[in-house]
Design a protein around this ligand. Structure first.
Ligand SMILES: Cc1cc2nc3c(=O)[nH]c(=O)nc-3n(C[C@H](O)[C@H](O)[C@H](O)COP(=O)(O)OP(=O)(O)OC[C@H]3O[C@@H](n4cnc5c(N)ncnc54)[C@H](O)[C@@H]3O)c2cc1C
Length: 385
């Protein structure tokens, strides 16, 4: 059994683990630390894409695969394209992200990658040990992002808890059919089945797009249902009969107001989805992970330990709780709420709101713009709990 010592062990080298590594390597005062990254997967496949909207730069701007300046929302009543001014909607491919971080890490002999399954993480007085299928490793701090959606279920009575589950096909068509300037953020023109159901489309080229069927609901569907709905949408709504599936992606993201722990004991720091970085009502996580990484790095520089004080934004938690309550009780109504939300506000105010970046006056304007009854009912439930 091995027993090597490191300053930090990054347990899970996915988005959060590798983002943290990249941020650490960019900080001169920490770049020489001995760091071990453990993941059961090699991370050499395009296993997912990360989208986000922002008016700021990130450390990963050079690998943005494509960005758009128009967002379309479709419902049975209307189809509207909203142009963006300051914000851009961007996509990063998983494979480009993994490559970029691995290439950077190769320049540092103090960084070690290990492919193994993590079995347990145990803290004692002086160290923390990660037990894996290839042996045990010790460090001063461990960063843990091993979230397992299927194994996780908070008490339904204490928290709202839904799953965002989706399947996407990257399709290629023989002829140019897609408008490459405009993403479809929500196409609600499909039966809602008491849930929130929509199609999301990223047109990479005029003859190539990621088309994704997404549900905010209680349970994952049989895989054939996603395929059936995707095929029907592509054929009947997009009028594309002839197409080839180049890649597939499937994902589950928790949507909950459960307050994920940021730490356990004195040496274990939770990051990524496991550390509560996914926005409860949208599932968007990538940008939150970048903020989290830079907060951890700042804390390590200033105090030598990683446990930063997260700014607690009670009002954003309350908005998420109200929206989750409505999604849980009457998911079918969300398409109408979203349609009005986008219609009655400047698009960038909505995007800012969904990124938890609005100030109170803007929050009021957003709240005021949507049908008040479902929100008042949800608020009443929250207040009387
Ligand atoms: C398909 C998909 C698409 C998404 N798209 C977006 C998007 O467009 N925008 C956005 O903001 N968010 C998106 N998300 C949400 C979120 O950004 C991602 O889930 C992101 O990858 C979360 O980062 P993470 O590091 O917490 O988890 P992961 O990236 O999943 O990393 C966890 C790592 O831990 C490893 N691991 C797990 N268990 C073990 C074990 N026992 N031993 C060793 N290794 C282990 C896994 O192999 C994995 O590499 C998406 C999620 C999915 C699933």
């Amino acid at each position: 059994m091995m027993n090597y010592e490191y300053d930090y062990i990054i347990a899970g080298g996915g988005c959060a683990g590798l983002s943290l590594l990249y941020h650490l390597l960019n900080e001169r005062k920490l770049a020489q630390k001995k760091i071990l990254v453990i993941d059961k997967a090699i991370k050499n496949a395009n296993d997912r894409t990360w989208c986000f909207w922002t008016d700021q730069s990130t450390l990963f701007d050079d690998i943005v695969y494509k960005e758009w300046k128009n967002i379309a929302i479709h419902t049975e009543k209307s189809s509207t394209v909203y142009p963006l001014t300051n914000y851009s909607y961007k996509v990063i491919r998983g494979i480009d992200f993994y490559d970029k971080v691995q290439q950077k890490a190769k320049l540092f002999p103090n960084i070690v990658f290990c492919q193994a399954s993590i079995i347990d993480i145990v803290e004692n007085n002086t160290k923390i040990t990660v037990q894996t299928t290839v042996g045990n490793f010790e460090a001063d701090y461990v960063f843990h992002s091993l979230f397992q959606p299927q194994a996780y279920s908070p008490q339904a009575t204490d928290y709202r808890y839904l799953l965002q589950h989706f399947k996407g096909w990257k399709i290629k068509t023989p002829k140019p059919v897609f408008d490459t300037q405009t993403i479809t953020m929500f196409d609600f023109r499909l039966p809602q089945c008491q849930e929130v159901r929509f199609i999301y489309t990223l047109p990479y080229q005029a003859d190539e797009a990621l088309v994704e069927f997404t549900v905010f609901g209680k349970e994952v569907l049989p895989i054939a249902n996603y395929d059936h709905i995707l095929k029907k949408y592509i054929q009947e709504q997009l009028n594309i009969v002839d197409f080839e599936i180049e890649e597939e992606e499937f994902g589950i993201i928790p949507m909950t107001d459960f307050q994920f722990l940021k730490r356990k004991g004195n040496r274990l720091c939770y990051i990524g989805t496991q550390g509560g970085a996914s926005k409860p009502t949208t599932g968007y996580t990538f940008l939150n992970i970048q903020v989290e990484s830079s907060l951890i790095v700042n804390e390590l520089v200033s105090s030598g330990q990683p446990f930063y004080q997260a700014p607690f934004q009670r009002h954003f938690l309350l908005y998420d709780q109200l929206m989750l309550e409505i999604m849980q009780k009457n998911g079918g109504s969300i398409k109408d709420i979203f349609e009005i939300l986008f219609k009655n506000n400047p698009i960038e105010r909505v995007l800012k709101f969904l990124n938890n970046q609005t100030h109170f006056g803007e929050d009021l304007a957003v709240m005021w713009s949507v049908p008040s009854l479902p929100f008042l009912k949800a608020l009443w439930k929250q207040v009387t709990k």
